[in-house]
Design a binder for this molecule. Structure first.
Ligand SMILES: Nc1ncnc2c1ncn2[C@@H]1O[C@H](COP(=O)(O)OP(=O)(O)O)[C@@H](O)[C@H]1O
Ligand SMILES: C=C(OP(=O)(O)O)C(=O)O
Ligand SMILES: [K+]
Ligand SMILES: [Mg+2]
Length: 478
C-alpha cells in the first residue's frame, strides 16, 4: 500500500491564480508542490473565468486526494487605473501625466481611473501612489474630470493596478455593492472563504457575517485584510469578529509608513495566534521570482521571518498569478518553510507559556491544549487527532506549532477545507455519527500509522454542563 504523503512543511502556502496558473496542469502542479489555499483575486478576471478555476481546483484536488481551500478576495473600495493600450505604459520621472475619469484607453499621457469621485479626493500638492507605491505622482492641478500630475518616481504602470492616496478620507463603507454581488456569486460557487479588503471597523466584518448567515453560508470564513490605518487601530475588535486575518502588506505599506510594517506584522501575528485564528502574511514575499528563477536573499529571509513570527500561512500574488516561475516560487516557499520550522522547535515551547498566559486563560479548552503540549514534550507522539465540529479545537492546538501534524475530523466539508488555513493542520471529512474507531480505521487505511505508534486524541464527552472538547486520550495503535 502507498501511504498518503503529507507535505514536508506545516506552514500553509496560499497561491493567487491568474493567467500563468489557470490551466489544469498548472493548478495540479501548484497543489502537488504544497499549495493548500487557492486565492482568486476578484479585482481581476471575470466571473466566468473564476468559475472555471473553481471547478478545476475542486476536480483536481479530489483526484489528487489533497484538500484545498478556495479564498475569494474582494476588490473592496480600492481605486484602480483602467485599461492601458498594450497592457502597460512607462512613466518617466519629471514627465506630466493626466489621470482622468473620462472613458478613455490609457497611454503615456492619459491614464483612466475607475472611480468617478477621484478628482474630488485630491488637490494640488497631494501625493498619489500607483501599483502599491512603486510609482509616485504629485498633483499639479485638478480640472473637471482630469487630475494633472507630475511623475516623481517612474516605472511601468500596468492596466488595473491600484491607486493609493493615503491622505484622502474615503467616505464610503469598505464593503461595496460590487463586493456584495461577488459574495453572492462566491457563495453560489461554494468557495470556502472571503477575503474582505480594506476593512475599517468591526461593522464591515459584521455586515458580511450577517449576509452569510442569511444565505445559509455561515461556515464561509471571513478573512479580514488589514491594509489601512483604521484596521490597525480597530484590530482587536476586527480580529474577534473575523475567522482569520491577512496582513496585506501591499496596501498597508503605502497607507502607513513602510518602516512600521515589520513590527506591525509581529504584533498582528501574535494577537491572531493568541486568539487561535489563522493569519496569512501577504504580498511581495518572493516578488522578484515574478521575473527571475532565484529569489533575493532578503525575500527568503522575509518568508523565514514571517514563519518565525508565527504566521499560519504565506502568500504568493503576482509570483503565481502572472509570474514566469510560479511552480519554482511554490517550491521555494515549501523549502524555506521546512528548514525554518525545524529550527523553530527548539524555542517554540517558550512561546507556549506566553500564549497560555495572555490567551484564553481559565477555560477548559485552554487547559486541554496545555495538557496536550505537556504530553507532546514527554512522549513520542505521532499525531494529534481532533474530532471537531467547528475546527476550533484543532486551531487552538495549532497555535503552539507542535512538530506533529494535527488531524482535524469533521462532518462538514467546509470546516475541513478551512482548517487548511491553519499551521500544521490537515483535515478529513467523515460521515455524521463517526466515532473513534472510524478515525483509527481511516488513518490506518491511509497508511499514516502503524502498530505501536502512539497517538493523542481530544474528545468531547457530554458531561454535565461541559460541552465541546473536555478530555484527552493517549493510546497505542493496535
Ligand atoms: N485573475 C487574474 N487575472 C489576471 N491577472 C491577475 C489575476 N489575479 C492577479 N493578477 C495579476 O497579478 C497581480 C498581483 O496580484 P494581486 O496582488 O492579487 O493583485 P493587486 O495588487 O492588483 O490587487 C495583479 O496586479 C494582476 O496584474
Ligand atoms: C493582498 C493585498 O491585497 P490586494 O492584492 O488585493 O491589493 C495587499 O494589499 O497586500
Ligand atoms: K483584492
Ligand atoms: Mg490590497
Amino acid at each position: 500500500m502507498i501511504a498518503m504523503r503529507l507535505p514536508d512543511h506545516k506552514t500553509k502556502i496560499v497561491a493567487t491564480i491568474g493567467p500563468a496558473t489557470s490551466s489544469r496542469n498548472m493548478i495540479k502542479k501548484l497543489i502537488e508542490n504544497g499549495v493548500s489555499v487557492v486565492r482568486l483575486n476578484f479585482s481581476h478576471g471575470s466571473f466566468e473565468e473564476h468559475a472555471k478555476v473553481i471547478e478545476k481546483v475542486r476536480d483536481i484536488s479530489q483526484k489528487l486526494d489533497r484538500r484545498v481551500a478556495i479564498l475569494a478576495d474582494l476588490p473592496g473600495l480600492k481605486i484602480r487605473v483602467g485599461e492601458i493600450k498594450g497592457g502597460y505604459v512607462e512613466l518617466k520621472r519629471g514627465e506630466k501625466v493626466v489621470l482622468t475619469t473620462r472613458d478613455v484607453v490609457g497611454d503615456e499621457t492619459t491614464i483612466p481611473v475607475e472611480y468617478k469621485d477621484f478628482p474630488r479626493l485630491v488637490s494640488k500638492g497631494d501625493v498619489i501612489y500607483l501599483s502599491d507605491g512603486y510609482i509616485v505622482l504629485r498633483v499639479e492641478e485638478v480640472r473637471g474630470q482630469d487630475v494633472e500630475a507630475v511623475v516623481v518616481s517612474g516605472g511601468k504602470l500596468f492596466s488595473r493596478k491600484g491607486i493609493n492616496i493615503p491622505k484622502a478620507y474615503l467616505p464610503v463603507e469598505a464593503v461595496t455593492p460590487r463586493d456584495m454581488e461577488i459574495i453572492k456569486f462566491a457563495i453560489e460557487q461554494g468557495v470556502d472563504a472571503i477575503g474582505l479588503s480594506f476593512v475599517g471597523s468591526v461593522y464591515d466584518v459584521l455586515k458580511v457575517k450577517s449576509f452569510l448567515e442569511k444565505n445559509d453560508a455561515e461556515d464561509v470564513f471571513v478573512i479580514s485584510k488589514i491594509e489601512r490605518p483604521d484596521a490597525v487601530r480597530n484590530f482587536d475588535e476586527i480580529l474577534k469578529a473575523s475567522d482569520g486575518i491577512m496582513i496585506a502588506r501591499g496596501d498597508l505599506g503605502v497607507e502607513m509608513p513602510i518602516e512600521r510594517l515589520p513590527i506591525l506584522q509581529k504584533e498582528l501575528i501574535r494577537k491572531a495566534n493568541t486568539e487561535g485564528k489563522p493569519v496569512i502574511t501577504a504580498t511581495q514575499m518572493l516578488v522578484s521570482m515574478t521575473a527571475e528563477k532565484v529569489p533575493t536573499r532578503a525575500e527568503v529571509t522575509d518568508v523565514a521571518n514571517a514563519i518565525l513570527d508565527g504566521t499560519d500561512a504565506v502568500m504568493l500574488s503576482e509570483e503565481t498569478a502572472i509570474g514566469k516561475f510560479p511552480i519554482d516560487a511554490v517550491k521555494m516557499m515549501a523549502k524555506i518553510a521546512k528548514v525554518t520550522e525545524e529550527y523553530r522547535e527548539s524555542f517554540g515551547m517558550s512561546r507556549l507559556r506566553e500564549l497560555v498566559e495572555d490567551g484564553t486563560r481559565g477555560t477548559i479548552k485552554e487547559a486541554i491544549a496545555r495538557s496536550i503540549i505537556d504530553a507532546l514534550c514527554t512522549l513520542n507522539i505521532k499525531y494529534i487527532l481532533t474530532p471537531t465540529r467547528t475546527g476550533r479545537t484543532a486551531r487552538l492546538i495549532s497555535r503552539f506549532k507542535p512538530k506533529q501534524w494535527i488531524f482535524g475530523f469533521s462532518t462538514n466539508e467546509r470546516v475541513c477545507n478551512n482548517l487548511m488555513f491553519s499551521y500544521g493542520v490537515y483535515a478529513f471529512c467523515l460521515e455524521e455519527g463517526f466515532d473513534e474507531r472510524d478515525i483509527i480505521r481511516l488513518i490506518k487505511g491511509l497508511g499514516l500509522v502503524e502498530s505501536d505508534d502512539i497517538v493523542l486524541m481530544t474528545e468531547g464527552k457530554p458531561i454535565e454542563k461541559t460541552m465541546g472538547t473536555n478530555s484527552i486520550k493517549i493510546f497505542q495503535i493496535a
